[in-house]
Ligand binder design. Structure first.
Ligand code: BES
Ligand code: MN
Ligand code: ZN
Length: 531
C-alpha cells in the first residue's frame, strides 16, 4: 500500500509561516502628524472610553481632541449622538462626505482621511485594548493605511495587547482555491506616539506564532499527513537554524516507540516523530537557563480508529494536531525572540485511522521505556503517543521543565467550555507561572486536580496500566492527565488540555472562527516570565 498523495492543493504549504500584517510606529499626534492627506491614509482611528462609575459621559482620549481640532468637528459630541458606548471591542465608523471642488476651502476636513473610526477601549485594561485592536482590524478590512494614536499613552504591556489583538483578528484562513479570499486586513497600521519597536516586535512574533498554528490546523488532513507536517517543521526549523531529528517508521521501531507506531498503524500515511531544539547562542546564559521541553499531540486526523467516532464528532478532527503545532510555534518563537532558555519541541505525529493494521481494543502495547499498556478504546490515542514522547523526553532530554499540550479530551471541553484550557500540575509555583502567562496573553486556563483516588481506574489485569478507565465515572480529563503523569518521571511537569479552546465555532474579539491557535502565545509568555 502506498501512502496517499495529496491532490487537494499543491499550494497549502505556501501559506505556512506567512508574515502577519505590517504595524509601524511614527512620531507625533493627530494634531501634528503631516501625512493625514486622504491620498495616503484611508482612515484614522480614535479611542473612546466607556463612562466611568457615577457618570454617564463617554471618555474621549487625547486623540479625539486632536482629531476634533484638525477636522473641525466635535467628535466627542458625534460619538454621543451616535449612541456609541465606548465598550471595548466595539467600533463606529464615520464616513465624511467628499468636499466638492468648488467648496474645497469651505469644509475643514478637505484633503484629510475621510473615514474616522471610533474605537471603544472600555476601561483600558490590557484585555480591553486587545479587544479594541481586534475590533479595529475588523473595521478596517481592505483599507490600505490606517493611522491611530490609540496606543500612544498606553504602557508597553497595554500597547502590546492592542497590537496583538489587531494582528490576531486580522487573520484570514488560507483558502485552497484559485480564487483568493476577498477579506484582507488593512495593509499598514501606523501607530502614532512612538510605540517602542520591541513592543511591536513582540506582538508580531506572538501573532505570527498563532497564525502558524491556525494555518497548520486549517490544512485538511488529505494534505496534512505526518510526513507533510514533518516537512513543514523541518523547513521552518532549518530556516531558524534549529537542531532537528526525524524518526520514520523504522527508526521508531528501532527506538521502541510502540505507542506512536500502534496509533499510526491503521493509516496509509505512516507516523513520524520530530524533535526541534533551539539553543541560546550565548553559552554563559545557556549555563544558567533551563531546558524547556514542549511535547505536542500531533494526530493529523482522528477517526477514533476501530473505536470509531460518530459522524458529527469526526468532522473537526483535522485540528487534532493543534498541540504539535503549538509546540512547533513555541520553539520557533523562542528562537526568534532569542530566549535565554533552551527549548525543545517534541512532535509525535500519527493519523488515527481504520485499516487492516489498526491497533485494537484489548491490545497490549509496549511503550517507550518498557511500560506495557492495555488498550481499551482506540479513540484515546492522544495519551498513547504523548506517553511515548514524554517517556523519551524524560529519559533523553534532561528537561528542567516538561510541558505537554494536547487536544486530549472532550471532557475538558465539556467541563470548561471553549475559553479555558485545563491545566494540570503537581507544582503549585508552575501553575502560578502558567496562570500569570495566561492573564498576560489573554489565553485563559483553569487548574483541574490530579485526583489520586482516581488512579485505580488505570489498573490493568493484564498489563502495567490501562489507558482509560473500565467503567467511565466521569472526570475524563483528569484520568487522562493521571495516565500521562506516569511517563513524566520526577520532572517538573504541566499538562495543558486544549480540546476546548483549540477551535471556535464563531469569531470573538481576537479569536477567529475555526482553529484558534490557542496555546502559542501562552507558552511564549511563559518562557518570557521564566526570567
Ligand atoms: N481528539 C479527541 C478529543 C477531542 C474531542 C478534542 C473533541 C477536541 C474536541 C481525543 O482523541 C478523544 O477522542 N478523546 C476521547 C477519550 C475517550 C475515548 C476516553 C474523548 O474525549 O471522548
Ligand atoms: Mn481520539
Ligand atoms: Zn484525538
Amino acid at each position: 500500500m502506498s501512502p496517499r498523495t495529496s491532490t487537494a492543493s499543491p499550494t497549502a504549504q505556501s501559506f505556512i509561516g506567512r508574515p502577519v500584517p505590517e504595524v509601524v510606529n511614527a512620531a507625533g499626534t493627530l494634531a501634528s502628524c503631516t501625512f493625514l492627506d486622504s491620498d495616503d491614509v484611508d482612515a484614522i482611528a480614535i479611542a473612546i472610553g466607556a463612562p466611568v462609575e457615577g457618570d454617564d459621559e463617554l471618555q474621549p482620549r487625547a486623540g479625539t481632541v486632536d482629531a476634533s481640532a484638525r477636522y473641525g468637528i466635535d467628535l466627542a459630541e458625534l460619538a454621543e449622538r451616535a449612541t456609541f458606548t465606548g465598550a471595548a471591542g466595539t467600533t463606529h465608523t464615520i464616513d465624511l462626505p467628499t468636499v466638492h471642488a468648488r467648496a474645497a476651502q469651505a469644509l475643514p476636513w478637505a484633503g484629510l482621511a475621510q473615514r474616522i473610526i471610533f474605537v471603544g477601549v472600555g476601561r483600558e485594561s490590557a484585555d480591553d485594548l486587545r479587544r479594541a485592536g481586534a475590533a479595529l482590524a475588523r473595521a478596517t478590512v481592505g483599507l490600505a493605511r490606517v493611522v491611530t494614536p490609540l496606543a500612544s499613552e498606553a504602557s508597553d504591556d497595554d500597547a502590546r495587547a492592542f497590537v496583538e489583538g489587531y494582528l490576531l483578528a486580522s487573520y484570514v484562513p488560507p483558502r485552497l482555491s484559485a480564487r483568493p479570499s476577498q477579506r484582507r486586513p488593512a495593509e499598514q497600521l501606523v501607530l502614532l506616539g512612538n510605540v517602542a519597536d520591541r513592543v511591536l516586535e513582540a506582538a508580531a512574533r506572538h501573532a505570527w506564532a498563532t497564525w502558524l498554528v491556525r494555518d497548520l490546523s486549517t490544512v485538511p488532513s488529505n494534505v496534512k499527513t505526518p510526513q507533510w507536517f514533518t516537512d513543514r517543521a523541518v523547513e521552518l526549523g532549518e530556516a531558524e537554524g534549529l537542531d532537528i531529528t526525524v524518526w520514520d517508521e523504522s527508526a521508531l521501531a528501532r527506538d521502541g516507540f510502540g505507542g506512536i507506531l500502534a496509533v499510526g498503524a491503521g493509516s496509509a500515511n505512516p507516523p513520524r516523530l520530530v524533535t526541534l531544539t533551539y539553543t541560546p547562542f550565548d553559552a554563559e546564559t545557556a549555563e544558567a537557563s533551563s531546558h524547556v521541553v514542549v511535547v505536542g499531540k500531533g494526530i493529523t486526523y482522528d477517526t477514533g480508529g476501530l473505536s470509531i467516532k460518530p459522524r458529527e464528532a469526526m468532522v473537526p478532527m483535522k485540528t487534532d494536531m493543534a498541540g504539535a503545532a503549538v509546540a512547533l510555534a513555541t520553539v520557533l518563537g523562542a528562537s526568534q525572540a532569542r530566549s535565554p532558555h533552551r527549548v525543545t519541541a517534541v512532535l509525535p505525529l500519527a493519523e488515527n485511522h481504520v485499516g487492516a493494521s489498526s491497533y485494537r481494543p484489548g491490545d497490549v502495547l509496549r511503550l517507550r521505556g518498557g511500560t506495557r499498556v492495555e488498550i481499551a478504546n482506540t479513540d484515546a490515542e492522544g495519551r498513547i503517543v504523548l506517553a511515548d514522547a514524554l517517556a523519551y523526553a524524560d529519559a533523553e532530554l534532561e528537561p528542567d521543565l516538561l510541558l505537554d499540550v494536547a487536544t486530549l479530551t472532550g471532557a475538558a471541553s465539556v467541563g470548561l467550555g471553549r475559553t479555558h484550557a485545563a491545566v494540570f500540575s503537581a507544582d503549585a509555583e508552575l501553575v502560578r507561572g502558567i496562570e500569570t502567562a495566561a492573564r498576560a496573553s489573554g489565553e485563559q486556563v483553569w487548574q483541574l486536580p490530579l485526583v489520586e483516588d482516581y488512579l485505580p481506574a488505570l489498573r490493568s489485569e493484564v498489563a502495567d496500566l490501562r489507558h482509560v478507565p473500565i467503567e467511565p465515572a466521569g472526570g475524563g480529563a483528569i484520568t487522562a492527565a493521571l495516565f500521562l503523569r506516569e511517563f513524566t518521571g520526577a520532572r517538573r511537569w504541566a499538562h495543558l488540555d486544549i480540546a476546548g479552546p483549540a477551535r471556535a465555532t464563531s469569531a470573538s474579539h481576537e479569536v477567529t472562527k475555526g482553529a484558534t491557535g490557542y496555546g502559542a502565545r501562552l507558552l511564549l509568555r511563559l518562557l518570557e516570565t521564566l526570567g
